[in-house]
Design a protein around this ligand. Sequence first.
Ligand code: TRP
Length: 365
Amino acid sequence: MKRFVIDPWGFFLLKDYKKLIGQYGIEPLTPRMLSKLPEPNRLMRRGIVFAHTDFEKIIDCILEGRDYYALTGIMPTHETIHFGNKSVIENMVYFQEHGARTFVLVADLEAAATRGISLGESRRRALDFHIPAYLALGLDPKKTIFYFQSENQAVKNLAFCFAKRVTISEFKAIYGSVDAGRIMSALLQAGDILFPQLEKAMPGVIPVGVDQSPHLRLCRDVVRRTKRNFGFVLPAGLYHKFTPSLQGEMKMSKSIPGSFIGIPEEPERVRKKLMDALSGGRKSVEEQRRLGGRPERCMIFELYKHHLIESDEELDEIFQECRKGTRLCGECKAYAADLMERFLKDFGRRMERARKLVPKLTFVR
Ligand code: TRP
């Protein structure tokens, strides 16, 4: 089997998600597991969360009402986010609503060590945009514990303790290449992932884009090696597919203009970007009516599936109509733009409210 090195700081691209299964402890999320989850959300039902590590124990916690946590980190590399960043947040909301203690951290030290972004700049971006955006997308401010890596002494201490347990060759095997910033960030991320267990050892789930899976592998290795010192429970990972770029590459990215739809983004620009997006349409209307469209390779359909359409019946109807050639790209793109506009308007309103809550939040130190 060909082995991949997934570089979480690089531009990780892959044609076929199945190729990752079996590597890094990445297991498929089976229909049987999904059927046990109460009220699976859109992302779970549609295979957008497609793989996991050790997620069975989280399902058990949910079903048995036992303590567990969900944790994710924000690296404020940009002022705002885009549609590709939204799925992880939605799953954090799912776990919060299903009994998880929830933790969201700002990876300001990682942003400094790997992207050269100052701590002050990260802080400003996080408070102005990223944290209120997480609230606007549904996290409950009263039930979420926030911190900045730079202010969390316990996390930094964990990173130093873990440093003794990992070798450079292991880093190389997991991450491909190493430098000081990456090593420090990876150890810190292991600290983040285990921080909630300092109070009490318990299962935790880390929902992330699959490019972050190497961090889970390192963290789990560290847990095994520090069993006697810390007694942490092995953390679970839940892996998301990326939202494809509007041109059909593997993922939306802020580094490629026109590949993404921002949150927020001006309605006119959204419309223009959607009109320019890759669709599964044919060369002419006549041909499309005759042969039907190809929703399976259409980026508008991907947006419906990942983000815009909640009802599985409606999604299936669109798929069938497109296939039959009764639904044409122009009207379909206009519909997507309407849904997008509605979402963004609503998001704007929620943001206004969420921004007022930020000064009241307390951050772990
Ligand atoms: N490395 C993550 C990113 O690039 C941010 C992050 C830091 C994180 N600590 C974490 C993510 C812990 C999940 C869990 O965005």
